[in-house]
Design a protein around this ligand. Structure first.
Ligand SMILES: [Zn+2]
Length: 307
């Protein structure tokens, strides 16, 4: 779901044949790619295995978000926000495990409001409204690999990106903004072109349905390394840009949204280029806990496919 669909590294949906418990290894990943999308050329890529889903996720089977009055201690579930709407106001002092830092704090963010830094959009959680447009889209002052709307982010994410890109540059690592905001209209055109040429089933393996793309929120973007190496391919994980972003993104509020082999939870195969802003405190908390997906962190149901 992270680029306009023109690349070869599409984002096929999760397969029920590959549960998250499967041991991550090169052979497995290669087989997934070959069987799932026919991208045999990508089998040579050897991204680092990610941690398996936490054991707590197995208890997080509720189909609705947890009640603010009864936060779950077993399912790592911060509650829906009614208090905070801006980024950067997450709690400063994490409580004891297993709850994430947000739990038990007055400062929380909505998981459904697309203007919230914690909104979770996936194949089972469409944007509402479907044609949502951020009111504060801006073009960040970073190295751009795109123009037009794809060079835009919401203002909070743009500011965080500027800080992260500058820090990477100081470390000698080039990051480029490869794809940012994508409107409902653009997503509709992209998705429909796939449906017209390949049919809906295959379209769903390569392009998010309109109203289901995180890119429409302005809270995420795809990165490149300036040279195009492994662009939008799993082997991008081995490029300096991805290595640096994976290790340091949380310091600026970003997480890698679609981790290695967790497509049964996220609905998308590994995308080391797709970074999502959730705020420094939450991103750092996820990093420290080793919680890899927003679905697990917020105690939401897995979203391997559309209902
Ligand atoms: Zn993306």
């Amino acid at each position: 779901m992270c680029h306009d669909g023109s690349g070869t590294a599409g984002t096929p949906p999760a397969s029920r044949d590959h549960p998250p418990q499967e041991t991550p290894n090169r052979r497995t990943f290669s087989r997934l790619l070959i069987a799932g999308s026919g991208l045999a050329a990508l089998a040579a890529c050897t991204p680092e295995p990610m941690q398996p889903p936490s054991s707590a996720f197995g208890t997080a089977t509720a189909t609705t978000e947890p009640s603010p009055a009864a936060p779950s201690t077993a399912a790592i579930s911060p509650t829906e926000s009614v208090a905070a709407t801006s980024a950067g106001t997450a709690p400063e002092t994490p409580p004891a495990a297993p709850a994430p830092s947000a739990a038990g704090s007055a400062a929380r963010h909505s998981l459904t409001d697309p203007a919230s830094p914690w909104v979770v959009v996936n194949k089972r959680r469409p944007l509402s409204p479907a044609a949502y447009v951020p009111v504060d889209l801006v073009q960040p002052s970073v190295r751009l690999a795109v123009s037009g709307e794809a060079a835009l982010l919401n203002s909070t994410t743009a500011a965080a990106a500027e800080g992260m890109f500058a820090a990477a540059a100081s470390a000698g690592v080039v990051l480029t903004l490869a794809s940012g905001y994508r409107s409902f209209a653009t997503q509709t055109l992209t998705y429909n072109s796939y449906v017209d040429s390949r049919g809906q089933a295959e379209a769903d393996t390569a392009s998010a349905r309109p109203g289901h793309s995180e890119h429409q929120t302005g809270w995420c973007f795809d990165i490149g390394d300036g040279g195009g190496a492994c662009s939008f391919q799993p082997c991008f994980a081995g490029q300096p840009a991805a290595v640096w972003a994976t290790a340091n993104g949380h310091r600026f509020g970003f997480v890698v949204r679609y981790p290695w082999l967790l497509h049964p939870i996220t609905g998308y195969y590994y995308e080391p280029w797709h970074l999502r802003f959730i705020g420094v405190d939450a991103a750092t908390d996820m990093h420290q806990r080793g919680t890899a997906t927003l679905e697990e962190y917020f105690g939401l149901e897995a979203a391997p496919d559309y209902l």
